[in-house]
Write a protein that binds this ligand. Structure first.
Ligand code: GDP
Length: 405
């Protein structure tokens, strides 16, 4: 692990500056060979220096170089950061020059891996680094920052210490029962203690599972037969919320049509294009596609056309969504209403039209209420994140249950 690694730490594209980060034993020596400003090996830690990067006798770019000496750095190794101009060519050339002088290209995540292996951060913090980078909304960012600050690690460590203390007391008692100065450990006391720890862990898991939607988002399917107004609602949601519209080709099973931030959580809208296009897709296939979307969703928004009578397809969709987290939107309420309301569940029913925003706001409030978003936001944002962390906590919980038994 002692080789020196380098990588472009900023996104590669045209910008004002780019940062090339170098970490390892020879970081300062290597950059010093190609830097004209001063002798970096003689400079103090945590200082910044102006100069040029050169290759042979060619000036590559005008730069600012930061040197940070171990151990007070992100990786606990010597780190040099070269701030160069943000053009693709300049950035790549600076990296190439650094690599030609004795560094290896870092693998994805390798700086964080070193920080972890060198004991600077634990795995929860390492994962939090990724979560900060990938955060798509304020809540996800706050959860990740709490993780990075170590609040979750502290919580887990506290629970672990309680278990270790209990184990130690039990072992001492077994090994040295004859010693008078060893405090007695009774079953009653032990049971109380384990039950207390288990409760703490259970609460943490439950809270984290509820909080997960803050970081992963709510998988949302907008379904309904053609022409009821799904696209109009979607477009207005996207516009209203100034959403980041993405067309991510489905790496997994879903195609995500767009992302909308609502009340601190991200709605990941699942594509139900199948039931939208009537020209080249038989409606039956469309319904099948939307059924799949319904199955995968955490939230289903069923759109009905209030100005028409319910059709067989509407009824079919209502039937298929009755056991899901559903919001029923009766759209086109600006027109003469014909819909048979007595057949539409009253729970989570709202009315909208494309003429005003009231219905949309109501939809937003319903989602917040349904997923307890306001309540989650009042929490301290200390959650376990991701399947790995939650499943490990569940393993521990299972062992405690076993111990109690
Ligand atoms: P989709 O096929 O379900 O996605 O429906 P669209 O969003 O494409 O809408 C179908 C048609 O209904 C379009 O001509 C819209 O302009 C119209 N429409 C959508 N919502 C409303 C509404 O609230 N009121 C009225 N009067 N027309 C609407």
């Amino acid at each position: 692990m002692n080789d020196t690694i380098a990588a472009i730490s900023t996104a590669l594209g045209v910008g004002a500056i780019s940062i090339i980060r170098v970490s390892g034993e020879d970081a300062i020596k290597i950059v010093n060979q190609i830097f004209t400003g001063c002798d970096l090996t003689k400079e103090k830690s945590h200082t910044i220096h102006y100069g040029h990067i050169k290759a042979d006798n060619d000036i590559i770019d005008e730069v600012l170089v930061t040197i940070m000496k171990a151990p007070k750095t992100f990786t606990k190794e010597d780190i040099v950061e070269i701030n160069c101009h943000g053009g693709i060519s300049a950035t790549k050339k600076v990296l190439e020059t650094v690599l030609n002088n004795g560094c290896r290209l870092a693998e994805p995540g390798e700086f964080t891996k070193r920080a972890f292996l060198n004991g600077r951060i634990d795995l929860i913090k390492a994962e939090s680094v990724m979560n900060v980078i990938n955060a798509e909304n304020d809540s996800a960012r706050k959860v990740a920052l709490q993780g990075l600050a170590g609040y979750m690690s502290d919580k887990i460590r506290k629970i672990r210490t309680q278990m270790l203390n209990l184990l130690a007391r039990i072992e001492v008692h077994i090994d040295y029962p004859e010693y008078d100065d060893v405090p007695e450990v009774t079953s009653k006391e032990t049971l109380e203690e384990i039950t207390k720890i288990k409760k703490e862990l259970e609460e943490l898991i439950q809270k984290s599972e509820e909080g997960e939607i803050l970081t992963t988002g709510i998988k949302t399917a907008i379904v309904g037969r053609p022409n009821v107004g799904k696209s109009s609602i979607l477009n207005r949601l996207l516009k209203e919320e100034k959403a980041i519209v993405t067309d991510i080709a489905g790496t997994t099973r879903d195609t995500v049509e767009g992302k909308v931030n609502i009340g601190g959580a991200t709605l990941n809208l699942i594509d139900t294009a199948g039931i939208r296009s009537t020209e080249d897709v038989v409606e039956k296939i469309g319904v099948e596609k939307s059924l799949k979307a319904i199955e995968d969703a955490n939230l289903v928004i069923v759109v009905l056309n209030g100005s028409e009578k319910l059709t067989k397809e509407d009824r079919q969709i209502l039937e298929k969504t009755k056991d899901k987290n559903t919001i029923i939107v009766i759209n086109k309420d600006d027109l003469q209403q014909q819909i048979e309301l007595d057949e539409v569940p009253l729970k989570n029913r709202i009315y909208t039209n494309t003429k005003d925003l009231e219905g949309l706001h109501e939809l937003e409030e319903k989602i917040q209420e349904m997923f307890h978003l306001n309540q989650l936001k009042q929490e301290d944002y200390t959650y376990l994140t991701g399947a790995r962390q939650i499943s490990l906590a569940k393993d521990a919980e299972k062992i405690l249950k076993e111990a109690i038994r």
